[in-house]
Design a protein around this ligand. Structure first.
Ligand code: AGP
Length: 610
Protein backbone atom coordinates (compact mmCIF):
# COMPACT_ATOMS: atom_id res chain seq x y z
CA UNK A 1 0.00 0.00 0.00
CA UNK A 2 1.47 3.53 0.00
CA UNK A 3 3.70 4.89 -2.72
CA UNK A 4 7.19 6.29 -2.29
CA UNK A 5 9.18 8.53 -4.62
CA UNK A 6 12.57 10.14 -4.40
CA UNK A 7 14.60 12.32 -6.72
CA UNK A 8 18.18 13.59 -6.58
CA UNK A 9 19.14 15.39 -9.75
CA UNK A 10 19.99 18.50 -11.67
CA UNK A 11 16.47 19.93 -11.94
CA UNK A 12 13.90 21.17 -9.42
CA UNK A 13 12.73 18.17 -7.40
CA UNK A 14 9.15 19.20 -6.60
CA UNK A 15 7.62 18.71 -10.08
CA UNK A 16 9.23 15.27 -10.35
CA UNK A 17 7.99 14.29 -6.91
CA UNK A 18 4.41 15.32 -7.65
CA UNK A 19 4.47 13.61 -11.03
CA UNK A 20 5.85 10.39 -9.52
CA UNK A 21 3.24 10.47 -6.76
CA UNK A 22 0.45 10.86 -9.29
CA UNK A 23 1.67 7.73 -11.03
CA UNK A 24 1.74 5.84 -7.75
CA UNK A 25 -1.50 7.20 -6.39
CA UNK A 26 -3.27 3.89 -7.11
CA UNK A 27 -1.17 2.40 -4.29
CA UNK A 28 -2.86 4.58 -1.69
CA UNK A 29 -4.66 7.88 -1.78
CA UNK A 30 -5.84 9.15 1.58
CA UNK A 31 -2.98 11.59 2.23
CA UNK A 32 0.27 12.69 0.66
CA UNK A 33 3.38 14.74 1.26
CA UNK A 34 6.78 15.80 0.01
CA UNK A 35 9.99 17.05 1.61
CA UNK A 36 13.14 18.82 0.40
CA UNK A 37 16.14 20.35 2.11
CA UNK A 38 16.26 24.14 1.75
CA UNK A 39 18.84 26.48 3.34
CA UNK A 40 20.05 23.70 5.60
CA UNK A 41 16.59 22.79 6.94
CA UNK A 42 13.93 20.29 5.98
CA UNK A 43 10.87 21.72 4.33
CA UNK A 44 7.84 19.45 4.46
CA UNK A 45 4.42 19.92 2.85
CA UNK A 46 1.85 17.25 3.64
CA UNK A 47 -1.87 16.97 3.80
CA UNK A 48 -4.87 14.73 4.07
CA UNK A 49 -6.46 14.04 0.67
CA UNK A 50 -5.40 13.35 -2.87
CA UNK A 51 -2.21 14.28 -4.73
CA UNK A 52 -4.16 16.96 -6.62
CA UNK A 53 -4.81 18.70 -3.31
CA UNK A 54 -1.16 18.41 -2.29
CA UNK A 55 -0.20 19.83 -5.69
CA UNK A 56 -2.41 22.89 -5.21
CA UNK A 57 -0.97 23.40 -1.74
CA UNK A 58 2.56 23.10 -3.10
CA UNK A 59 1.77 25.51 -5.94
CA UNK A 60 0.76 28.18 -3.48
CA UNK A 61 3.46 27.75 -0.86
CA UNK A 62 6.30 25.55 -2.01
CA UNK A 63 8.19 26.88 -5.07
CA UNK A 64 11.36 25.30 -3.81
CA UNK A 65 14.55 25.40 -5.92
CA UNK A 66 15.82 22.22 -4.19
CA UNK A 67 16.99 19.47 -6.51
CA UNK A 68 16.66 16.61 -4.02
CA UNK A 69 13.48 15.43 -2.33
CA UNK A 70 11.20 12.59 -1.26
CA UNK A 71 7.45 12.05 -1.39
CA UNK A 72 4.71 9.70 -0.27
CA UNK A 73 1.10 8.79 -0.95
CA UNK A 74 -0.56 6.97 1.92
CA UNK A 75 -3.12 4.23 2.57
CA UNK A 76 -3.78 4.54 6.28
CA UNK A 77 -2.93 1.64 8.58
CA UNK A 78 -1.80 3.18 11.88
CA UNK A 79 -3.86 6.26 12.51
CA UNK A 80 -6.62 7.85 10.46
CA UNK A 81 -5.98 9.86 7.31
CA UNK A 82 -4.95 13.31 8.63
CA UNK A 83 -2.36 16.00 8.06
CA UNK A 84 -0.40 14.83 11.10
CA UNK A 85 -0.38 11.19 10.04
CA UNK A 86 0.62 11.97 6.45
CA UNK A 87 4.27 11.32 5.55
CA UNK A 88 7.06 12.51 5.59
CA UNK A 89 7.60 12.25 9.35
CA UNK A 90 10.30 14.36 10.94
CA UNK A 91 12.60 13.47 13.83
CA UNK A 92 12.48 15.49 17.06
CA UNK A 93 15.75 17.27 16.30
CA UNK A 94 14.45 18.25 12.86
CA UNK A 95 17.52 16.69 11.24
CA UNK A 96 15.79 13.75 9.51
CA UNK A 97 12.57 13.04 7.74
CA UNK A 98 11.35 9.75 6.38
CA UNK A 99 8.73 8.28 4.08
CA UNK A 100 7.80 4.66 4.65
CA UNK A 101 5.86 1.85 3.05
CA UNK A 102 5.12 -1.24 5.18
CA UNK A 103 4.32 -1.96 8.81
CA UNK A 104 6.68 -1.73 11.76
CA UNK A 105 5.44 -4.57 13.95
CA UNK A 106 7.44 -3.65 17.06
CA UNK A 107 6.61 0.05 16.89
CA UNK A 108 4.75 0.06 20.20
CA UNK A 109 7.80 -1.22 22.12
CA UNK A 110 10.07 1.17 20.24
CA UNK A 111 7.69 4.06 20.84
CA UNK A 112 7.46 3.30 24.57
CA UNK A 113 11.26 3.22 24.87
CA UNK A 114 11.61 6.48 22.92
CA UNK A 115 8.90 8.17 25.00
CA UNK A 116 10.66 7.02 28.18
CA UNK A 117 13.68 8.94 26.86
CA UNK A 118 11.52 12.04 26.51
CA UNK A 119 10.74 11.86 22.78
CA UNK A 120 7.46 13.55 21.89
CA UNK A 121 5.36 11.94 19.14
CA UNK A 122 3.28 14.07 16.80
CA UNK A 123 1.39 11.35 14.89
CA UNK A 124 -0.32 8.03 15.48
CA UNK A 125 1.79 6.25 12.85
CA UNK A 126 4.25 3.42 13.24
CA UNK A 127 6.53 5.31 10.82
CA UNK A 128 7.31 8.12 13.24
CA UNK A 129 9.44 5.76 15.36
CA UNK A 130 11.85 5.47 12.42
CA UNK A 131 12.36 9.24 12.35
CA UNK A 132 13.16 9.32 16.08
CA UNK A 133 15.39 6.23 15.86
CA UNK A 134 17.43 8.09 13.26
CA UNK A 135 18.04 10.88 15.79
CA UNK A 136 18.92 8.37 18.45
CA UNK A 137 21.43 6.54 16.25
CA UNK A 138 22.94 9.66 14.66
CA UNK A 139 26.72 9.13 14.34
CA UNK A 140 27.53 11.76 11.71
CA UNK A 141 27.43 9.22 8.90
CA UNK A 142 24.09 9.26 7.03
CA UNK A 143 24.23 5.69 5.68
CA UNK A 144 25.46 4.14 8.89
CA UNK A 145 22.77 5.97 10.89
CA UNK A 146 20.01 4.64 8.63
CA UNK A 147 21.42 1.13 8.87
CA UNK A 148 21.61 1.28 12.67
CA UNK A 149 18.09 2.66 12.99
CA UNK A 150 16.51 0.11 10.65
CA UNK A 151 18.43 -2.65 12.41
CA UNK A 152 16.00 -2.15 15.31
CA UNK A 153 12.87 -2.55 13.19
CA UNK A 154 10.71 -5.65 12.94
CA UNK A 155 8.16 -5.95 10.18
CA UNK A 156 8.26 -4.61 6.64
CA UNK A 157 9.63 -1.35 5.39
CA UNK A 158 10.78 0.51 2.33
CA UNK A 159 12.05 3.93 3.37
CA UNK A 160 13.62 7.03 1.91
CA UNK A 161 15.34 9.41 4.29
CA UNK A 162 16.44 13.04 3.96
CA UNK A 163 19.00 14.57 6.33
CA UNK A 164 19.36 18.36 6.67
CA UNK A 165 23.16 17.98 6.99
CA UNK A 166 23.35 16.43 3.49
CA UNK A 167 21.07 18.39 1.15
CA UNK A 168 22.42 16.64 -1.95
CA UNK A 169 21.47 13.07 -1.06
CA UNK A 170 18.83 10.53 -0.07
CA UNK A 171 19.42 7.26 1.74
CA UNK A 172 16.96 4.45 1.11
CA UNK A 173 16.65 0.87 2.25
CA UNK A 174 14.08 -1.88 2.36
CA UNK A 175 12.94 -5.14 3.88
CA UNK A 176 9.68 -6.81 2.81
CA UNK A 177 8.37 -3.86 0.77
CA UNK A 178 9.78 -3.06 -2.67
CA UNK A 179 12.00 -0.19 -3.79
CA UNK A 180 13.33 0.48 -7.29
CA UNK A 181 15.93 2.98 -8.53
CA UNK A 182 16.75 4.33 -11.97
CA UNK A 183 19.33 6.79 -13.27
CA UNK A 184 19.25 9.05 -16.32
CA UNK A 185 20.69 12.44 -17.37
CA UNK A 186 18.22 14.30 -15.15
CA UNK A 187 19.41 12.44 -12.04
CA UNK A 188 18.41 9.45 -9.93
CA UNK A 189 14.80 8.42 -9.34
CA UNK A 190 13.44 6.20 -6.58
CA UNK A 191 10.01 4.58 -6.61
CA UNK A 192 8.09 1.93 -4.75
CA UNK A 193 7.34 0.51 -8.16
CA UNK A 194 8.57 1.02 -11.68
CA UNK A 195 5.58 3.04 -12.87
CA UNK A 196 7.05 6.04 -11.03
CA UNK A 197 10.33 5.74 -12.94
CA UNK A 198 9.36 4.33 -16.32
CA UNK A 199 9.12 7.67 -18.09
CA UNK A 200 12.72 8.50 -17.14
CA UNK A 201 14.42 5.16 -17.73
CA UNK A 202 13.66 1.50 -18.45
CA UNK A 203 16.86 0.26 -16.78
CA UNK A 204 16.20 -0.10 -13.08
CA UNK A 205 17.90 -1.42 -9.99
CA UNK A 206 15.80 -3.51 -7.62
CA UNK A 207 16.99 -3.05 -4.07
CA UNK A 208 17.22 -6.44 -2.33
CA UNK A 209 16.18 -6.94 1.27
CA UNK A 210 18.40 -5.09 3.78
CA UNK A 211 20.38 -3.44 1.00
CA UNK A 212 20.89 0.32 1.32
CA UNK A 213 21.44 2.92 -1.38
CA UNK A 214 23.06 6.33 -1.09
CA UNK A 215 21.45 8.35 -3.85
CA UNK A 216 22.78 11.52 -5.46
CA UNK A 217 22.35 13.23 -8.82
CA UNK A 218 25.22 11.12 -10.15
CA UNK A 219 23.63 7.75 -9.35
CA UNK A 220 23.47 5.35 -6.44
CA UNK A 221 26.07 3.60 -4.29
CA UNK A 222 24.71 0.29 -3.01
CA UNK A 223 25.56 -1.46 0.25
CA UNK A 224 24.72 -5.03 1.21
CA UNK A 225 23.29 -6.06 4.55
CA UNK A 226 26.74 -6.06 6.17
CA UNK A 227 27.33 -2.50 5.00
CA UNK A 228 29.89 -3.44 2.33
CA UNK A 229 29.66 -1.52 -0.94
CA UNK A 230 28.39 -3.71 -3.79
CA UNK A 231 27.92 -3.49 -7.55
CA UNK A 232 24.40 -4.05 -8.85
CA UNK A 233 23.31 -4.70 -12.41
CA UNK A 234 20.26 -2.92 -13.84
CA UNK A 235 17.24 -4.86 -15.12
CA UNK A 236 15.60 -3.78 -18.39
CA UNK A 237 11.83 -3.29 -17.93
CA UNK A 238 9.75 -4.57 -20.83
CA UNK A 239 6.73 -2.40 -19.95
CA UNK A 240 6.45 0.77 -21.97
CA UNK A 241 5.26 4.12 -20.76
CA UNK A 242 2.10 4.06 -22.91
CA UNK A 243 0.98 0.94 -21.05
CA UNK A 244 0.92 2.96 -17.84
CA UNK A 245 -1.07 5.85 -19.33
CA UNK A 246 -4.78 6.19 -20.05
CA UNK A 247 -4.30 6.47 -23.80
CA UNK A 248 -7.50 8.40 -24.44
CA UNK A 249 -9.73 6.31 -22.17
CA UNK A 250 -11.71 8.01 -19.44
CA UNK A 251 -10.47 5.51 -16.85
CA UNK A 252 -7.62 3.03 -16.53
CA UNK A 253 -10.18 0.34 -15.74
CA UNK A 254 -11.89 0.65 -19.11
CA UNK A 255 -8.56 0.73 -20.90
CA UNK A 256 -7.44 -2.37 -19.04
CA UNK A 257 -10.72 -4.20 -19.78
CA UNK A 258 -10.14 -3.50 -23.46
CA UNK A 259 -6.51 -4.67 -23.24
CA UNK A 260 -7.56 -8.20 -22.26
CA UNK A 261 -7.25 -9.81 -25.71
CA UNK A 262 -3.61 -8.65 -25.73
CA UNK A 263 -2.96 -9.68 -22.13
CA UNK A 264 -4.33 -13.17 -22.78
CA UNK A 265 -2.41 -13.58 -26.05
CA UNK A 266 0.86 -12.22 -24.62
CA UNK A 267 0.59 -14.60 -21.69
CA UNK A 268 -0.30 -17.70 -23.70
CA UNK A 269 1.65 -17.42 -26.96
CA UNK A 270 5.23 -17.59 -25.56
CA UNK A 271 4.21 -20.85 -23.85
CA UNK A 272 2.97 -22.62 -26.99
CA UNK A 273 5.65 -24.34 -29.07
CA UNK A 274 5.70 -24.70 -32.85
CA UNK A 275 4.32 -28.24 -32.52
CA UNK A 276 1.46 -26.92 -30.32
CA UNK A 277 2.68 -28.14 -26.98
CA UNK A 278 2.44 -26.18 -23.76
CA UNK A 279 5.99 -25.33 -22.69
CA UNK A 280 7.28 -23.54 -19.63
CA UNK A 281 10.85 -22.34 -19.32
CA UNK A 282 10.03 -21.20 -15.86
CA UNK A 283 8.40 -24.32 -14.36
CA UNK A 284 11.02 -26.16 -12.35
CA UNK A 285 9.17 -29.41 -11.73
CA UNK A 286 10.53 -32.50 -13.46
CA UNK A 287 8.19 -34.93 -15.19
CA UNK A 288 8.77 -37.34 -12.28
CA UNK A 289 7.89 -34.60 -9.78
CA UNK A 290 4.64 -33.99 -11.65
CA UNK A 291 3.72 -37.66 -11.76
CA UNK A 292 4.43 -37.91 -8.03
CA UNK A 293 2.15 -35.00 -7.14
CA UNK A 294 -0.76 -35.95 -4.92
CA UNK A 295 -2.59 -32.66 -4.82
CA UNK A 296 -2.51 -28.97 -5.57
CA UNK A 297 -3.24 -26.10 -3.18
CA UNK A 298 -4.02 -22.72 -4.73
CA UNK A 299 -3.63 -19.73 -2.44
CA UNK A 300 -4.42 -16.08 -3.19
CA UNK A 301 -6.54 -13.09 -2.20
CA UNK A 302 -9.47 -11.28 -3.82
CA UNK A 303 -9.70 -11.58 -7.57
CA UNK A 304 -6.54 -13.67 -7.70
CA UNK A 305 -8.39 -16.16 -5.47
CA UNK A 306 -11.29 -16.09 -7.94
CA UNK A 307 -8.86 -16.84 -10.76
CA UNK A 308 -7.70 -19.73 -8.56
CA UNK A 309 -11.29 -20.95 -8.37
CA UNK A 310 -11.30 -21.21 -12.17
CA UNK A 311 -7.97 -23.06 -11.94
CA UNK A 312 -9.42 -25.56 -9.49
CA UNK A 313 -12.23 -26.63 -11.82
CA UNK A 314 -10.02 -26.81 -14.88
CA UNK A 315 -7.15 -28.64 -13.17
CA UNK A 316 -9.39 -31.18 -11.51
CA UNK A 317 -11.20 -31.83 -14.76
CA UNK A 318 -8.09 -32.18 -16.90
CA UNK A 319 -5.25 -33.27 -14.65
CA UNK A 320 -7.39 -35.29 -12.23
CA UNK A 321 -5.55 -33.93 -9.22
CA UNK A 322 -7.43 -32.85 -6.12
CA UNK A 323 -7.18 -29.06 -5.90
CA UNK A 324 -7.94 -27.04 -2.79
CA UNK A 325 -8.24 -23.29 -2.95
CA UNK A 326 -7.62 -21.06 0.00
CA UNK A 327 -7.82 -17.40 0.82
CA UNK A 328 -4.24 -16.59 1.81
CA UNK A 329 -5.15 -14.92 5.10
CA UNK A 330 -6.97 -18.11 6.15
CA UNK A 331 -4.38 -20.53 4.82
CA UNK A 332 -1.51 -18.96 6.71
CA UNK A 333 -3.18 -19.27 10.11
CA UNK A 334 -4.92 -22.62 9.81
CA UNK A 335 -1.94 -24.98 9.98
CA UNK A 336 -2.65 -26.56 6.57
CA UNK A 337 -1.64 -30.14 5.83
CA UNK A 338 1.19 -29.86 3.34
CA UNK A 339 3.95 -32.16 2.13
CA UNK A 340 6.51 -32.58 -0.61
CA UNK A 341 3.87 -34.10 -2.93
CA UNK A 342 1.74 -30.96 -2.72
CA UNK A 343 2.16 -28.29 -5.38
CA UNK A 344 1.29 -24.93 -3.86
CA UNK A 345 0.34 -22.34 -6.46
CA UNK A 346 0.19 -18.77 -5.23
CA UNK A 347 -1.32 -16.10 -7.44
CA UNK A 348 -0.72 -12.36 -7.17
CA UNK A 349 -0.79 -9.47 -9.60
CA UNK A 350 1.37 -7.21 -7.46
CA UNK A 351 3.60 -9.92 -6.05
CA UNK A 352 3.55 -7.96 -2.79
CA UNK A 353 0.28 -9.01 -1.11
CA UNK A 354 1.29 -9.61 2.51
CA UNK A 355 -0.99 -12.58 3.19
CA UNK A 356 -0.10 -14.30 -0.08
CA UNK A 357 3.59 -13.77 0.58
CA UNK A 358 3.23 -15.23 4.07
CA UNK A 359 1.35 -18.23 2.65
CA UNK A 360 4.16 -18.78 0.15
CA UNK A 361 6.75 -18.64 2.93
CA UNK A 362 4.74 -21.14 4.95
CA UNK A 363 4.56 -23.54 1.99
CA UNK A 364 8.27 -23.10 1.26
CA UNK A 365 9.02 -23.83 4.91
CA UNK A 366 6.99 -27.06 4.78
CA UNK A 367 9.02 -28.41 1.87
CA UNK A 368 6.27 -28.03 -0.77
CA UNK A 369 6.93 -27.32 -4.39
CA UNK A 370 5.80 -23.75 -4.88
CA UNK A 371 4.80 -22.07 -8.10
CA UNK A 372 3.99 -18.36 -8.25
CA UNK A 373 1.82 -16.69 -10.88
CA UNK A 374 2.83 -13.04 -10.74
CA UNK A 375 2.51 -9.94 -12.91
CA UNK A 376 5.13 -7.63 -11.39
CA UNK A 377 8.65 -8.72 -12.27
CA UNK A 378 11.10 -9.13 -9.38
CA UNK A 379 8.39 -8.59 -6.78
CA UNK A 380 8.76 -10.32 -3.42
CA UNK A 381 6.51 -13.26 -4.32
CA UNK A 382 8.23 -13.72 -7.67
CA UNK A 383 11.59 -13.80 -5.91
CA UNK A 384 10.63 -16.35 -3.28
CA UNK A 385 8.78 -19.10 -5.18
CA UNK A 386 10.63 -22.19 -6.41
CA UNK A 387 9.12 -21.42 -9.85
CA UNK A 388 7.55 -18.25 -11.17
CA UNK A 389 5.35 -17.90 -14.21
CA UNK A 390 4.81 -14.30 -15.17
CA UNK A 391 1.50 -13.08 -16.51
CA UNK A 392 2.27 -10.67 -19.31
CA UNK A 393 -0.56 -8.27 -18.61
CA UNK A 394 1.64 -5.16 -18.48
CA UNK A 395 1.19 -2.55 -15.77
CA UNK A 396 -2.26 -2.59 -14.20
CA UNK A 397 -3.15 0.74 -12.65
CA UNK A 398 -6.88 0.56 -11.84
CA UNK A 399 -7.39 -0.79 -8.34
CA UNK A 400 -10.06 -3.18 -9.66
CA UNK A 401 -8.18 -5.84 -11.55
CA UNK A 402 -9.36 -6.98 -14.97
CA UNK A 403 -6.54 -7.73 -17.37
CA UNK A 404 -4.28 -9.22 -14.70
CA UNK A 405 -7.13 -11.52 -13.60
CA UNK A 406 -7.59 -12.51 -17.27
CA UNK A 407 -3.88 -13.29 -17.60
CA UNK A 408 -3.90 -15.27 -14.33
CA UNK A 409 -6.71 -17.42 -15.69
CA UNK A 410 -4.72 -17.89 -18.91
CA UNK A 411 -1.73 -19.22 -16.94
CA UNK A 412 -3.97 -21.57 -14.96
CA UNK A 413 -5.34 -23.02 -18.22
CA UNK A 414 -1.77 -23.52 -19.39
CA UNK A 415 -0.76 -25.22 -16.15
CA UNK A 416 -3.85 -27.48 -16.21
CA UNK A 417 -3.09 -28.58 -19.78
CA UNK A 418 0.59 -29.04 -18.96
CA UNK A 419 -0.05 -31.17 -15.87
CA UNK A 420 -2.67 -33.23 -17.72
CA UNK A 421 -0.26 -33.97 -20.53
CA UNK A 422 2.61 -34.87 -18.21
CA UNK A 423 0.30 -37.15 -16.27
CA UNK A 424 -0.66 -38.94 -19.48
CA UNK A 425 -4.26 -37.72 -19.40
CA UNK A 426 -4.37 -35.65 -22.57
CA UNK A 427 -4.20 -37.45 -25.90
CA UNK A 428 -2.34 -35.82 -28.77
CA UNK A 429 -5.66 -34.95 -30.39
CA UNK A 430 -7.16 -33.55 -27.19
CA UNK A 431 -4.04 -31.51 -26.54
CA UNK A 432 -4.12 -29.98 -30.01
CA UNK A 433 -7.79 -29.12 -29.63
CA UNK A 434 -7.13 -27.60 -26.19
CA UNK A 435 -4.23 -25.48 -27.44
CA UNK A 436 -6.23 -24.40 -30.50
CA UNK A 437 -9.03 -23.22 -28.23
CA UNK A 438 -6.56 -21.31 -26.04
CA UNK A 439 -5.10 -19.63 -29.11
CA UNK A 440 -8.57 -18.73 -30.39
CA UNK A 441 -9.61 -17.06 -27.17
CA UNK A 442 -8.04 -13.59 -27.67
CA UNK A 443 -10.19 -13.10 -30.79
CA UNK A 444 -13.28 -14.29 -28.88
CA UNK A 445 -12.45 -11.94 -26.01
CA UNK A 446 -12.33 -9.05 -28.50
CA UNK A 447 -15.57 -10.18 -30.10
CA UNK A 448 -17.33 -10.44 -26.73
CA UNK A 449 -16.16 -7.00 -25.64
CA UNK A 450 -17.32 -5.30 -28.80
CA UNK A 451 -20.57 -7.27 -29.02
CA UNK A 452 -21.81 -6.71 -25.50
CA UNK A 453 -20.63 -3.16 -24.82
CA UNK A 454 -23.77 -1.32 -25.94
CA UNK A 455 -26.15 -3.84 -24.37
CA UNK A 456 -24.27 -3.68 -21.08
CA UNK A 457 -24.43 0.13 -21.04
CA UNK A 458 -28.19 -0.21 -21.35
CA UNK A 459 -28.49 -2.99 -18.75
CA UNK A 460 -26.35 -1.04 -16.30
CA UNK A 461 -29.17 1.52 -16.02
CA UNK A 462 -31.18 -0.86 -13.87
CA UNK A 463 -28.24 -1.42 -11.52
CA UNK A 464 -27.71 2.28 -10.82
CA UNK A 465 -30.36 2.65 -8.09
CA UNK A 466 -29.74 -0.78 -6.52
CA UNK A 467 -28.71 -1.39 -2.94
CA UNK A 468 -28.29 -5.15 -3.35
CA UNK A 469 -27.60 -7.58 -6.15
CA UNK A 470 -26.98 -11.33 -6.30
CA UNK A 471 -24.78 -13.32 -8.62
CA UNK A 472 -25.38 -17.03 -8.93
CA UNK A 473 -23.80 -19.86 -10.90
CA UNK A 474 -22.50 -23.39 -10.62
CA UNK A 475 -18.96 -24.71 -11.03
CA UNK A 476 -17.01 -22.41 -13.38
CA UNK A 477 -20.03 -20.10 -13.52
CA UNK A 478 -19.80 -19.83 -9.73
CA UNK A 479 -16.12 -18.85 -10.00
CA UNK A 480 -17.24 -16.13 -12.40
CA UNK A 481 -20.10 -15.10 -10.09
CA UNK A 482 -17.61 -14.47 -7.26
CA UNK A 483 -15.48 -12.25 -9.46
CA UNK A 484 -18.49 -10.44 -10.93
CA UNK A 485 -19.85 -9.72 -7.46
CA UNK A 486 -16.52 -8.41 -6.17
CA UNK A 487 -16.11 -6.15 -9.20
CA UNK A 488 -19.55 -4.62 -8.74
CA UNK A 489 -19.20 -4.00 -5.01
CA UNK A 490 -15.65 -2.68 -5.01
CA UNK A 491 -16.19 0.06 -7.56
CA UNK A 492 -19.93 0.87 -7.42
CA UNK A 493 -20.45 0.34 -3.65
CA UNK A 494 -23.58 -1.72 -4.32
CA UNK A 495 -23.82 -4.56 -1.85
CA UNK A 496 -23.67 -7.81 -3.78
CA UNK A 497 -23.28 -11.46 -2.99
CA UNK A 498 -22.11 -14.38 -5.04
CA UNK A 499 -23.76 -17.68 -4.35
CA UNK A 500 -23.36 -21.19 -5.68
CA UNK A 501 -26.73 -21.41 -7.39
CA UNK A 502 -27.65 -24.68 -5.71
CA UNK A 503 -26.84 -23.29 -2.26
CA UNK A 504 -29.29 -20.37 -2.31
CA UNK A 505 -32.20 -22.44 -1.06
CA UNK A 506 -30.27 -23.26 2.12
CA UNK A 507 -30.86 -19.81 3.54
CA UNK A 508 -30.03 -16.90 1.29
CA UNK A 509 -33.14 -17.27 -0.85
CA UNK A 510 -35.04 -15.66 2.04
CA UNK A 511 -33.49 -12.35 0.88
CA UNK A 512 -35.09 -12.59 -2.54
CA UNK A 513 -38.22 -10.45 -2.83
CA UNK A 514 -40.23 -8.68 -5.47
CA UNK A 515 -37.82 -6.88 -7.81
CA UNK A 516 -34.53 -8.24 -6.39
CA UNK A 517 -31.97 -8.33 -9.18
CA UNK A 518 -30.24 -11.68 -9.70
CA UNK A 519 -27.51 -12.18 -12.29
CA UNK A 520 -27.33 -15.83 -13.29
CA UNK A 521 -24.10 -16.97 -14.91
CA UNK A 522 -25.11 -19.94 -17.02
CA UNK A 523 -22.45 -20.65 -19.60
CA UNK A 524 -21.43 -24.10 -18.31
CA UNK A 525 -23.25 -26.59 -20.52
CA UNK A 526 -23.19 -29.51 -18.14
CA UNK A 527 -24.94 -27.62 -15.32
CA UNK A 528 -27.03 -25.29 -17.46
CA UNK A 529 -30.36 -27.03 -16.76
CA UNK A 530 -29.58 -27.10 -13.02
CA UNK A 531 -28.89 -23.36 -13.02
CA UNK A 532 -32.14 -22.80 -14.93
CA UNK A 533 -33.98 -24.60 -12.11
CA UNK A 534 -32.41 -22.18 -9.63
CA UNK A 535 -33.41 -19.27 -11.85
CA UNK A 536 -37.02 -20.52 -11.70
CA UNK A 537 -36.79 -20.67 -7.90
CA UNK A 538 -35.76 -17.03 -7.58
CA UNK A 539 -38.21 -15.88 -10.23
CA UNK A 540 -41.00 -17.62 -8.35
CA UNK A 541 -40.10 -15.32 -5.44
CA UNK A 542 -40.27 -12.15 -7.49
CA UNK A 543 -36.65 -11.73 -8.65
CA UNK A 544 -35.73 -10.07 -11.93
CA UNK A 545 -33.11 -12.20 -13.62
CA UNK A 546 -30.34 -11.28 -16.01
CA UNK A 547 -28.86 -14.49 -17.42
CA UNK A 548 -25.54 -14.78 -19.19
CA UNK A 549 -25.06 -17.76 -21.47
CA UNK A 550 -24.13 -18.88 -24.98
CA UNK A 551 -26.34 -18.58 -28.05
CA UNK A 552 -26.96 -22.33 -28.05
CA UNK A 553 -29.09 -21.93 -24.92
CA UNK A 554 -31.26 -19.05 -26.16
CA UNK A 555 -34.48 -21.04 -26.31
CA UNK A 556 -34.00 -22.67 -22.96
CA UNK A 557 -33.57 -19.22 -21.36
CA UNK A 558 -37.21 -18.33 -21.96
CA UNK A 559 -37.91 -17.67 -18.28
CA UNK A 560 -35.39 -14.89 -17.75
CA UNK A 561 -36.13 -11.17 -17.89
CA UNK A 562 -32.91 -10.13 -19.60
CA UNK A 563 -30.41 -12.25 -21.48
CA UNK A 564 -26.88 -11.58 -22.54
CA UNK A 565 -25.18 -13.92 -24.98
CA UNK A 566 -21.47 -14.63 -25.31
CA UNK A 567 -19.81 -16.28 -28.33
CA UNK A 568 -19.76 -20.07 -28.51
CA UNK A 569 -16.64 -21.68 -27.10
CA UNK A 570 -15.55 -24.90 -25.45
CA UNK A 571 -17.52 -24.89 -22.16
CA UNK A 572 -14.26 -25.15 -20.21
CA UNK A 573 -13.29 -21.69 -21.52
CA UNK A 574 -16.66 -19.95 -21.44
CA UNK A 575 -15.82 -18.39 -18.08
CA UNK A 576 -13.10 -16.27 -19.71
CA UNK A 577 -15.78 -14.69 -21.89
CA UNK A 578 -18.70 -14.39 -19.48
CA UNK A 579 -16.63 -12.42 -16.99
CA UNK A 580 -16.15 -9.65 -19.59
CA UNK A 581 -19.71 -8.30 -19.63
CA UNK A 582 -19.61 -8.47 -15.84
CA UNK A 583 -16.53 -6.22 -15.73
CA UNK A 584 -18.21 -3.78 -18.10
CA UNK A 585 -21.42 -3.90 -16.07
CA UNK A 586 -19.51 -2.89 -12.92
CA UNK A 587 -17.68 -0.20 -14.82
CA UNK A 588 -20.74 1.45 -16.38
CA UNK A 589 -22.77 1.16 -13.19
CA UNK A 590 -20.01 2.76 -11.13
CA UNK A 591 -19.54 5.49 -13.73
CA UNK A 592 -23.22 6.36 -13.71
CA UNK A 593 -23.21 6.40 -9.92
CA UNK A 594 -20.38 8.92 -10.03
CA UNK A 595 -17.89 6.67 -8.24
CA UNK A 596 -14.14 7.13 -8.34
CA UNK A 597 -13.61 4.08 -10.54
CA UNK A 598 -9.83 3.80 -10.64
CA UNK A 599 -9.41 4.62 -6.95
CA UNK A 600 -12.39 3.23 -5.05
CA UNK A 601 -12.83 4.33 -1.46
CA UNK A 602 -10.87 2.55 1.28
CA UNK A 603 -8.89 0.43 -1.19
CA UNK A 604 -5.36 0.33 -2.55
CA UNK A 605 -3.81 -1.61 -5.39
CA UNK A 606 -1.29 -3.69 -3.51
CA UNK A 607 -2.19 -4.83 -0.04
CA UNK A 608 1.08 -5.11 1.82
CA UNK A 609 -0.52 -5.32 5.26
CA UNK A 610 -2.31 -8.22 6.95
C1 AGP B 1 -9.60 -6.95 -7.19
O1 AGP B 1 -10.19 -6.11 -8.09
C2 AGP B 1 -8.86 -6.35 -6.10
N1 AGP B 1 -8.23 -5.16 -6.34
C3 AGP B 1 -8.21 -7.31 -5.13
O2 AGP B 1 -9.16 -8.24 -4.75
C4 AGP B 1 -6.91 -8.02 -5.57
O3 AGP B 1 -7.18 -8.97 -6.55
C5 AGP B 1 -6.27 -8.67 -4.32
O4 AGP B 1 -5.98 -7.67 -3.38
C6 AGP B 1 -5.05 -9.47 -4.64
O5 AGP B 1 -4.03 -8.66 -5.13
P1 AGP B 1 -2.75 -9.29 -5.80
O6 AGP B 1 -3.20 -10.02 -7.02
O7 AGP B 1 -1.87 -8.12 -6.11
O8 AGP B 1 -2.15 -10.23 -4.81
Amino acid sequence: MCGIVGYAGVNRAVPYLLDGLEKLEYRGYDSAGIAVVENGALRITKTRGRISFLASLVASEHQSPATVGIGHTRWATHGKPSDANAHPHQSGSGRFCVVHNGIIENYLQLKAALQADGVVFRSETDTEVIAHLLDKNWDGDFVSTVRKATGQLEGAYAICVLCSDFPDRIVCTRWGSPLVLGTCDAGTFIGSDVTAILQHTSDVYYLDGHETALVTKDGAVFYDKTGAAIEKQPTRIAWNLAAAQKGGYEHFMLKEIMEQPQAFADTVSPRISADKRIVFEDFHLTDDDIRALRRVAIVACGSAYHAGAVGKYVMEKLARLPVEIDIASEFRYRDPVLDAQTLVIVISQSGETADTLAALRLANGRGCKTLCIVNVVSSSIANEGSSVIYTHAGPEIAVATTKAYCAQVAVLYLIAGYLAEKRGLLSEEARRAYVAELEALPAKISETLSQCDAQIQELSQMFIPLEHAYFIGRNLDYACAMEASLKLKEISYIHSEAYAAGELKHGTISLIEQGTLVVALAACDDVFSKTMSNIKEVKARGARVLAVSTAGHTDAMGEVDFRLLIPATDPLFAVTLEVLPMQLLSYYTARSRGCDIDKPRNLAKSVTVE
